[in-house]
Write a protein that binds this ligand. Structure first.
Ligand code: TMP
Length: 206
């Protein structure tokens, strides 16, 4: 049986710049001979991508939003993440359950106890091996979002206070999980961030 692969997730508020590093990290790992799947949440499967389109555009009740995030995640784990890890491949995923705690919990105020029930149901407290949290004051992230040429989604359109609450919820989770969640100061050059990512991933996963 293959040695189980590693599961690495990227997190951060909208505009923190994490997504530009996801493919780069996957390539860096591939250069080390690893087979790497790159995926994202919400999304990552045909059904999950349909749920993503709804989640990013359609107004809905907070609990509906949370349940759909976890429904997409259940499918993603079953179809993509778990099979890849079982085959010994690595999975690099743009967002996972920490995002639900940060956005639906911190940002929108859903009680943690409900999130814990869904988390246990969907992945039984199995956690990523490493989470890279891109941290940035929302004022800087807002300027990055403002430069986007596409239409902003339902989350990006939220007010500054929402994003501040999301950021603090992420930092609280990092403080509670200091080994798994590594905080990266995202207000640095691409090269500086890549050096940091190399060091963190080498130390924690290789
Ligand atoms: P993305 O822009 O990073 O692809 O993520 C899409 C949006 O979905 C982002 O604003 C954060 C939000 N989101 C949640 O609110 N809860 C979740 O559980 C996940 C995975 C994403």
């Amino acid at each position: 049986m293959a040695v189980r692969g590693k599961f690495i997730t990227f997190e951060g508020i909208d505009g923190a710049g994490k997504s530009s590093h996801v493919e780069w990290l996957a390539d860096w790992l591939r250069q080390r001979g690893l087979v790497v799947q790159v995926t994202r949440e919400p999304g990552g499967t045909p059904l999950g991508e349909k749920l993503r389109a709804l989640l990013l555009s359609e107004p809905m009740h907070l609990e509906t939003e949370t349940l759909l995030m976890f429904a997409a995640r259940r499918e993603h784990l079953a179809q993509v993440i778990e099979p890849a890890l079982e085959r010994g491949e690595w999975v690099v995923c743009d967002r996972f359950t920490d995002a639900t705690y940060a956005y639906q919990g911190g940002g929108r105020g859903l009680h943690r106890s409900k999130l814990q029930v869904l988390e246990q149901w969907v992945h039984d407290h199995r956690q990523p091996d490493l989470t890279l949290l891109f941290d940035l004051p929302f004022e800087i992230a807002r300027q990055r979002i403002a430069h986007a040429t596409r239409e902003l989604d339902r989350f990006e359109q939220e007010r500054a206070e929402f994003h501040e609450r999301v950021r603090h919820a992420y930092l609280d989770r990092a403080a509670a999980n200091p080994t798994r969640i590594q905080v990266i100061d995202a207000d640095q050059t691409m090269d500086e961030i890549r050096k940091l990512l190399e060091n963190i991933v080498s130390t924690h996963c290789l």
